[in-house]
Each structure stands twice: as C-alpha cells, then as structure tokens.
Write a protein that binds this ligand. Structure first.
Ligand code: 5GP
Length: 190
C-alpha cells in the first residue's frame, strides 16, 4: 500500500537496526484518516470472506482493528495481556513472547466472545517473529472457530514471522513489507 509505505519513509524511525518506530502516526499518536485507508484496504482483501469477528492484541492493534471493523460491520475482540495468576476456565489462553521487551506473557480471550461458528480475521500493527500472531491463532483454534487470515500493517520481511505463519497455511496480507532497514541506508520495501 503506497500510502503507508510513503508515510513510513517520511515519518518512520529506525532504532537499533530491527525496530521501526511509527509512534507519530500508527501506535502512539494515531492518524485516523490513514487508519481509514488501511481499513478499506483490508476490506478489499478480505471483504468476501464472511468475517464475523476481528481479533487483535492489546494495545497497539486495537485502534487499527476498530477502524477496520467499521468496514466489516463486525465486533472487535482484543486479546488481553493477562496479569492475574488465576485463570478461570471461562477463557482461552495462549503465550506470546514480546518482540520489543523479550518477555513471555499470557494472552486471554473470554470463551463467550469467540465461538465455533465465528470466521475470524486477525489484525495487528507489526509482524516480526510471528509470536503475537501465533498466540492469536492458538486462541482461534482452541475456540474451534475458522481462521480467515491475518491483516498486518507492517511486516518486517527480513524477520522470520511471515514465512513461519504462511508455512502453517495461514493467509497473511501485509500492507507494507519491509525488505531491509538500517539507520545508515534507510528503508527498502519488497
Ligand atoms: P512478533 O510477535 O511478530 O515478533 O512481533 C509483533 C508485535 O511486536 C507487534 O504486536 C508489535 O507490537 C511489536 N513489534 C514488533 N516489531 C516492531 C517494530 O519494529 N516496531 C514496533 N513499533 N513494534 C514492533
């Protein structure tokens, strides 16, 4: 998606070689007009798949997922990062290793919101090593729901997540695929 690539070129900041900061428009301050275009693009890609729920992970996926859901006219569920030890039996749970912090944490979704009859589209801001998506996929599978695919804003294609998730037979659509990036040479897209 050219609009997103242009914006990343203009306002994205590369940190430490493998982290792309997009705080000024995607995951701190949010450009809602851009989110609208992102949502329309996901609708163009997945609009004929009978999506009944959009599933994302807190916190930075939520805004994008909500704007996108307006084009699908379906609810958004966000997987919560679980902070309490005692997990009741009424939630699906999975583990995610944070790319940015390196910590492993549990994510949960209440069983009442993810049904075997659901057709689920996953939405997230970034795809790096694939742990976040893998965690969301586990929740969908545990619920016996149908996974339609994943819509990602920025895939860092030089990291293994995209290949990993696609090799599982999951459709992944990324609106900007970063081929390489460095503080010296900037950013190139696939
Ligand atoms: P993964 O689980 O695929 O390794 O990483 C995906 C998650 O880590 C995303 O939900 C996103 O929040 C975060 N993330 C991974 N890489 C980046 C990055 O380069 N920049 C930012 N801002 N977040 C990232």
């Amino acid at each position: 998606m050219k609009l997103l690539e242009d914006r990343i070129r203009k306002d994205g900041k590369i940190k430490g070689g493998d982290v792309l900061k997009v705080d000024s428009f995607l995951n701190h301050q949010m450009d809602v007009d851009l989110f609208n275009e992102i949502g329309k693009e996901f609708q163009r890609l997945y609009g004929d798949c009978g999506v009944t729920k959009i599933l994302t992970i807190e916190a930075s996926g939520i805004g994008i997922a909500c704007v996108t859901a307006q084009f699908f006219h379906c609810p958004v569920i966000f997987a919560k990062k679980n902070k309490t030890k005692n997990i009741a039996g009424d939630v699906y749970t999975s583990q995610v290793e944070s790319f940015t912090h390196g910590k492993v944490y549990d994510i949960i979704v209440a069983k009442e919101f993810l049904l075997p009859t659901d057709r689920v589209l996953l939405i997230d801001d970034f795809l790096a090593n694939g742990s976040a998506l893998q965690g969301l996929i586990n929740l969908v599978r545990d619920a016996g729901a149908t996974l339609v695919g994943a819509g990602i804003c920025v895939e860092k294609a030089f990291q293994p997540g995209g290949d990993l998730i696609r090799s599982m037979g999951v459709r992944v659509e990324s609106l900007a695929r970063v081929k390489s990036m460095s503080e010296e040479n900037g950013i190139t897209f696939c």
